[in-house]
Design a protein around this ligand. Structure first.
Ligand code: AHG
Ligand code: MN
Ligand code: MN
Length: 335
């Protein structure tokens, strides 16, 4: 019937046969994530009016100042997902260690990894931010969860995606059978299918990178950026420069317009030789999404999805977006 729209649950049921893992328990997991995102979106929408902006005064495991909305989003997700009855444990960008589901709560065998609020520096100035999530299934037969259950390859993810809190609130995710986008209709409180079967353009017209770090890059990284700024590249003209400072927002724009987002290694901080972005809760889930949309994601040497994590908060250089642009960047980096 015209004008009703397709909900996430309906879409999962419609495509259950193509996505065998989209079982009732997965649907429950996704719906709890959706409920959490609706709560976060509600706070984001009124952030200027209530005391949810600014800093908590704490420093997180990343060594970063924690913003109130970071903390709020993190607490909402941990509480909701512990009560979802489908997880055995989770890991948050904001928490040093894995977060188990208490024994008095029902459990399942899914593992959830998330960045509760990506783009935190933009929260206080009303610029797009988001929540990134990655879902694995526990494979070890141990009756309890250990760190090893999380140290997996991105190619083992069963689902991944993100919520984007902007002019509209969107959910973009994959279960390994393409990528679909849903937009929250506030009048009914449901995410409705708005962007079916998203495909990223093979070559883009935008490059995203924080060029203030140019003096900290190695020569090959500089050559990559010069390529995209040159009129003599494969495109025949310079790419447009776009950098929002929220990975999830820069990624989402490039997913639709085509282009490449780069956060390379730099020499700014000896403690972070592989750059700022985290493998498990940022690079890996977005790599799953972009590959399912026909794009590519690399650390400069290998596909992100081939990297087996060696720590919960391992950082990786990230080159992600249109397939031909990422391939070109990797070619220059290894030339
Ligand atoms: P988070 O807010 O989860 O810490 O992530 C911020 C990340 C990412 O969203 C963005 O692309 C990057 O930090 C921006 O870093 P710079 O300010 O160094 O460019
Ligand atoms: Mn982030
Ligand atoms: Mn974050």
């Amino acid at each position: 019937m015209e004008g009703i729209g397709i909900t996430v649950t309906e879409h999962l049921l419609l495509h259950q046969k193509e996505s065998p893992m989209a079982t009732g328990r997965f649907t429950r997991l996704l719906n709890e994530l959706i409920f959490s995102a609706k709560i976060i979106a509600r706070e984001v929408k009124k952030a200027g009016l209530v005391d949810i902006l600014g800093l908590t005064g704490e420093i997180n495991v990343q060594g970063e100042q924690v913003r109130k909305l970071d903390d709020f989003a993190n607490r909402v997700l941990i509480h909701r997902m512990q009560h979802a009855g489908v997880l055995c444990a989770m890991s948050s960008e904001e928490n040093a260690d894995i977060i188990e589901v208490p024994d008095n709560l029902p459990k399942g065998n899914y593992l959830l990894i998330f960045d509760p609020l990506d783009g935190s520096s933009n929260i206080d100035v009303n610029v797009n931010i988001g929540t990134i999530f990655s879902i694995h299934k526990k494979v070890s037969q141990r009756p309890y969860v250990t760190l090893d259950d999380f140290l997996r390859k991105g190619s083992e993810q069963v689902a991944a995606g993100y919520f984007l809190y902007g002019p509209s609130t969107m959910l973009v995710y994959t279960t390994g059978n393409g990528v679909n986008g849903f937009t929250l209709d506030p009048s009914v409180g449901e995410f409705l299918l708005s962007h079916p079967d998203i495909k990223i353009p093979e070559r883009g017209k935008v490059y995203s990178i924080n060029e203030s770090y140019t003096c900290y890059w190695d020569e090959k990284t500089r050559r990559v950026v010069d390529y995209f700024k040159s009129p003599d590249n494969e495109r025949g003209k310079p790419y447009g420069a776009r950098y929002i400072g929220s990975l999830v927002a820069d990624f989402h724009r490039n997913l639709f317009y085509g282009g490449i987002f780069m956060y390379p290694a730099d020499s700014r901080d000896p403690a972070k030789p592989r750059g700022k972005l985290r493998l498990l809760c940022e690079a890996s889930p977005l790599a799953f999404v972009v590959e399912q949309a026909g794009g590519a994601a690399s650390d400069g040497q290998q596909p992100i999805l081939d990297i087996r994590a060696s720590g919960l908060h391992e950082r990786v250089p990230l080159f992600i977006g249109s397939k031909l642009d990422v391939e070109q960047a990797v070619k220059i980096l290894n030339g």
